[in-house]
Design a protein around this ligand. Structure first.
Ligand SMILES: NC(=O)c1ccc[n+]([C@@H]2O[C@H](COP(=O)([O-])OP(=O)(O)OC[C@H]3O[C@@H](n4cnc5c(N)ncnc54)[C@H](O)[C@@H]3O)[C@@H](O)[C@H]2O)c1
Length: 339
């Protein structure tokens, strides 16, 4: 990792883990939070006890609530939930220099507009270079220096390569991917399937059901991703199947943990309140609307939407999925048969 100044907007789980990683490999790191109490608590306790407990934030990491400190750095990392991305980018705009490089690591879609987060950032910071980073990368493991691989994509390849140069190190391996749409949507949509996988676990449906959910889930993700301009092979990579596996299998995943509670009979709203940032909950609603707009068939998403937003019983949703008309596994083969 080259020695560089890095500004991280968002001092939650992932922001803190990237701060620890970048500091360890010689970057000069500034970690920003909008909330003075969050910065004060990190300063006082030496860690973000609420969002990344047990991971010391080194004293060499500069803590701030001043966004103008993003002006003089090599790389700005946006690590806030999708609902906050526009506000943070907007608040940054008066101080950030034209040509600055930003990488978004948040995974979701903007509620309401249904835009990808890089589109939102571009709208607010049109003179900046924007990249997106996604892949199987739980904060808890990134911070501990556990081997992790991710993908970075940008409309201009040089920007993606610059992010790769700045953030790569022997525990954090970054691949460049040219498919921005697919890279972003892989990260956003897998959270939906992770909530469903958690429900599956909460209902104690067993390994067969979960494997089926993940396999058919990636098919749905890819279908919507391709309809929106992504490439299907991206969904077979780190940001698609890679991130899906880690999110559906790990107790680190808040999306899965919320799903487990729902599968155990707790109401979706209460489950999300208990767990904290559950991007998959919000993204389910956005993706449901997108799928309708694009006329893409997404049965798992439809049933999850009904459970999360229409009070459908999880057992009934399961029965609906299992009771669908039988069909061919491969869409291409199906299309050929229909001709
Ligand atoms: N935690 C992970 O392992 C992980 C890994 C990869 C990507 N991500 C993605 O990174 C994003 C952040 O996730 P996280 O786990 O760090 O969340 P978190 O809940 O741990 O932290 C969120 C941070 O954003 C800040 N924030 C919340 N609302 C804000 C607002 N309105 N304005 C400004 N700041 C605000 C909070 O102060 C906090 O510092 C999510 O999109 C998530 O999907 C998380």
């Amino acid at each position: 990792m080259t020695s560089n100044r890095v500004f991280i907007a968002g001092a939650g789980g992932f922001g803190c883990s990237l701060a620890v990683l970048a500091d360890r490999y010689g970057c000069q790191v500034t970690l920003w939070s909008k909330f003075q109490e969050e910065i004060d608590a990190i300063r006082r306790l030496g860690e973000n006890k609420r969002l990344l407990p047990g991971v010391p934030i080194p004293p060499t990491v500069n803590l701030t609530t001043d966004l103008s400190e993003a002006a003089q750095v090599a790389l700005v990392i946006l690590a806030v939930p999708s609902v906050a991305v526009r506000d943070v980018a907007k608040a940054m705009s008066p101080s950030i220099r034209p040509g600055s490089l930003l990488v978004n690591v948040g995974k979701g879609l903007e509620p309401g507009t249904l835009k990808r987060l890089s589109q939102v950032i571009r709208e607010e910071l049109p003179n900046c270079r924007v990249a997106v980073l996604s892949g199987p990368s739980h904060a808890e493991e990134v911070a501990r220096g556990v081997p992790t691989t991710v993908a970075v994509a940008s409309e201009d390849r040089a920007s993606a390569q610059r992010v790769q140069d700045i953030l790569s190190c022997d525990t954090f391996r970054i691949y460049v991917n040219d498919d921005v749409v697919g890279t972003e949507l892989g990260g956003a949509l897998k959270n939906i399937i992770a909530v469903a996988a958690g429900i599956c676990d909460g209902m104690e449906l067993g390994d067969n059901a979960k494997a089926a959910l993940m396999t058919r889930g990636i098919v749905e993700m890819s279908r919507l991703g391709v309809a929106l301009g992504g490439r299907s092979e991206t969904f077979g990579g780190l940001t698609g199947i890679g991130d899906l596996i880690v999110t559906c299998m790990s107790m680190h995943s808040r999306n899965r943990r919320a799903g487990i509670l729902i599968g155990q009979g707790i109401s979706p709203k209460v489950a999300v309140e208990k767990v904290g940032t559950v991007e998959g909950y919000v993204t389910t609603q956005s993706a449901y609307r997108l799928a309708r707009q694009m006329q893409v068939e997404m049965p798992i998403l439809e049933q999850l939407y009904a459970v999360l937003y229409e009070e459908k019983d999880v057992l009934l949703a399961l029965r609906t999925l299992m009771g669908r008309p039988v069909r061919h596994e491969s869409e291409d083969a199906l299309l050929a048969l229909e001709k």
